[in-house]
Design a protein around this ligand. Structure first.
Ligand SMILES: Cc1cc2nc3c(=O)[nH]c(=O)nc-3n(C[C@H](O)[C@H](O)[C@H](O)COP(=O)(O)OP(=O)(O)OC[C@H]3O[C@@H](n4cnc5c(N)ncnc54)[C@H](O)[C@@H]3O)c2cc1C
Length: 552
């Protein structure tokens, strides 16, 4: 049959499919993000965020994100003559994205320009970027997180901070001294132990001054093309933290051997590797035997970013679901007009709003570095937020994927990538149980943590009886001394929910707070508390959907 025959064309008329979600402003469509930015002290960044929101929602940015994930990094371990290179090659789109992140201060902005609200502004930007791409956030986070530890070492700080602060991204594999901008990574996890880093067997032999030779391995070593790393190794005085550059000061490739790249379930654009150190040159950071607290400081900032990144992914899931449901019809009505689908979408919207509010509140505690109460709050809220937001992420992605029906499960779309990315933030930099045990440690070590947590929730008390009762139950749970370790998840989840509830009751529209309290805090969850979409029938679905998605 002639290819232009009208009967053939009929079969190619595409009906009832949503257009691609692109060329939207990720910031101006997100009321919760805008309000949170202003509330937590970075309102001056509104116009800047609006400009970034337009860029990040653009077709170009989405295409780079897709390309960087469709074309994962490849190892180039040797050159043509058989000399070791231990290099990883990336698709050009990856470099475009890294360059964008660095240019806009995602890896060091709050340190190089510590204006009030700098961490909150970065957090909002980070969350918005995470809606688009996530693998590039790994080296970005580690570069941001390394600054406090490096700042305390004067020679290291003098040499490296200017290049960490630089807005230039330099993709070249050359000694850092020849580059304007650098990125940094971290290496703790070994084959025999990740959570329990005391099991590390990698050795550090002193060779004079603060210099050591490192012999051993790391089992997960993300972003091996970073210019330097903080790693843990056993020195004569115990487990210690070392600064390990990719090239040595004399311009030679350091003895860091890439064994292979990890074949990961998601996070495809980012190179995860296994490495061996064959007498690599490294320099002690802090004191011998004090490696864990030194590197854990870096870990705290990474944990913040895990919560931020997953909040962004939750918002991305919600956006995809809202967009699809706004266009797709079934049984004679758009999905977004079907009562049961409205319930599912509204429930996802509440989750996104709660994650956004908690993330930005936590980021404010990082801005108030010198405030003792905020520091204690940061100590508790960081593991609580990482735990709970990252636990919710995979469930949100699965539900949003289902809103898209079969299209959601297809690799060409965005949801498959989002879904595969989701569990990572829950695992790395302290898995769920480790976060919960960390909370117990915080309360045991700093009894005032309970006081500052109570003070954070207190202004919301008396406004919604379901929140009041939930907080009272949580306090009872925390007071009980028995089986505390076995109950640590319940306590951690309770803390996160109580703070989310308090924030929404105080600052979100009544219909958001009401639906949150009804579905997440009420004792009367006989028909809820499981899958999304079990909000009470009298919920103000229309208002919730309109707030979450202006086109709804
Ligand atoms: C994609 C990716 C990138 C990574 N990048 C890096 C990197 O760049 N640098 C780096 O150092 N690491 C990295 N990691 C490693 C990551 O941080 C570890 O996998 C993680 O900390 C868990 O350690 P593990 O794998 O050894 O598991 P384990 O420590 O064996 O833990 C297994 C499970 O047991 C639980 N558990 C452990 N102890 C207890 C306890 N006392 N009570 C109850 N439960 C417990 C944990 O919560 C976890 O669920 C990366 C991991 C991934 C997946």
């Amino acid at each position: 049959m002639n290819p232009s025959h009208p009967l053939l064309l009929v079969t190619h008329e595409v009906l009832n499919q949503a257009p691609l979600l692109q060329n939207t402003n990720l910031y101006l469509r997100n009321a919760a993000l805008q309000e949170g930015l202003a509330r937590e002290g970075a309102g001056a960044g509104h116009d800047w965020m609006a400009a970034r929101g337009a860029e990040l929602g653009s077709e170009q940015m989405l295409e780079w994100a897709a390309q960087a994930n469709r074309n994962p990094p490849a190892p180039k371990l040797f050159d043509v003559a058989g000399n070791r290179r231990d290099e990883v090659e990336f698709h050009p789109a990856y470099h475009e994205l890294m360059s964008y992140l660095k240019r806009h201060g995602a890896s060091a902005g709050p340190w190089s320009d510590p204006v009030p609200g700098a961490h909150v502004k970065r957090a909002a930007f980070y969350m918005m970027y995470a809606e688009v791409e996530d693998g590039t956030l790994c080296p970005t986070t580690m570069t941001y997180a390394v600054v406090p530890a490096i700042s305390r070492d004067k020679p290291l700080a003098a040499e490296w901070l200017p290049r960490i602060y630089s807005l230039d991204y330099d993709r070249r594999f050359i000694p850092a001294a020849q580059k304007k901008g650098v990125t940094l990574g971290m290496g703790m996890t070994e084959k025999q132990g990740g959570s329990d880093v005391r099991a590390n067997t990698t050795r550090a032999e002193p060779v004079g001054g603060r210099e050591y030779r490192i012999v051993g391995h790391k089992w997960f070593f993300s972003a091996p093309m970073c210019d330097a790393f903080l790693i843990l190794a056993q020195a004569p005085g115990g487990l210690s933290c070392f600064f390990l550059p990719r090239w040595t000061p004399d311009g030679k490739l350091n003895d860091i051997r890439i064994q292979r790249l990890k074949d990961k379930m998601g996070d495809k654009s980012n190179a995860g590797s296994e490495v061996e150190f064959w007498g690599a040159r490294a320099w002690l950071v802090g004191e011998e035997g004090r490696g864990v607290p030194t590197i854990l400081e870096m870990g705290t900032y990474c944990r913040l970013d895990c919560a931020l990144g997953t909040s962004g992914l939750i918002r991305a899931s919600l956006s995809q679901a809202m967009h699809h449901a706004s266009y797709r019809s079934a049984f004679g009505k758009r999905l977004i007009d079907q009562p049961l689908m409205r319930n599912v979408l509204a429930d996802l919207a509440i989750e996104s709003e709660a994650a956004t509010a908690l993330s930005l509140r936590l980021a404010r505690a990082f801005d108030a570095q010198k405030d003792e109460a905020e520091s204690l709050l940061r100590r508790v809220l960081t593991p609580a937020a990482k735990y709970w937001i990252c636990k919710r992420g995979p469930a949100v992605a699965a539900e949003a994927m289902e809103v898209l029906g079969g299209n959601g499960y297809v690799e060409e779309g965005v949801m498959a990538r989002v879904y595969r990315q989701m569990p990572l933030n829950s695992i790395w930099e302290g898995s769920g149980n480790i976060m919960c045990l960390d909370i117990l440690r915080a309360f045991a070590k700093h009894p005032r943590c309970l006081e500052v947590l109570t003070a954070e929730i207190e202004p919301a008390i008396g406004r919604d009886v379901r929140l009041d009762r939930f907080v009272s139950r949580l306090k009872d749970e925390m007071r009980k001394p028995d089986h505390i370790e076995a109950r640590a998840r319940a306590i951690t989840q309770g803390i996160a929910l109580a703070v989310q509830g308090a924030l929404l009751v105080r600052f979100a529209p009544d219909y958001v707070a009401d639906a949150f309290c009804a579905s997440r805090l009420s004792e009367d969850t006989a028909f809820g508390g499981g899958a999304f979409g079990a909000l009470p029938g009298n919920t103000d679905f229309g208002a919730l959907l309109a707030r979450a998605w202006p086109d709804a």
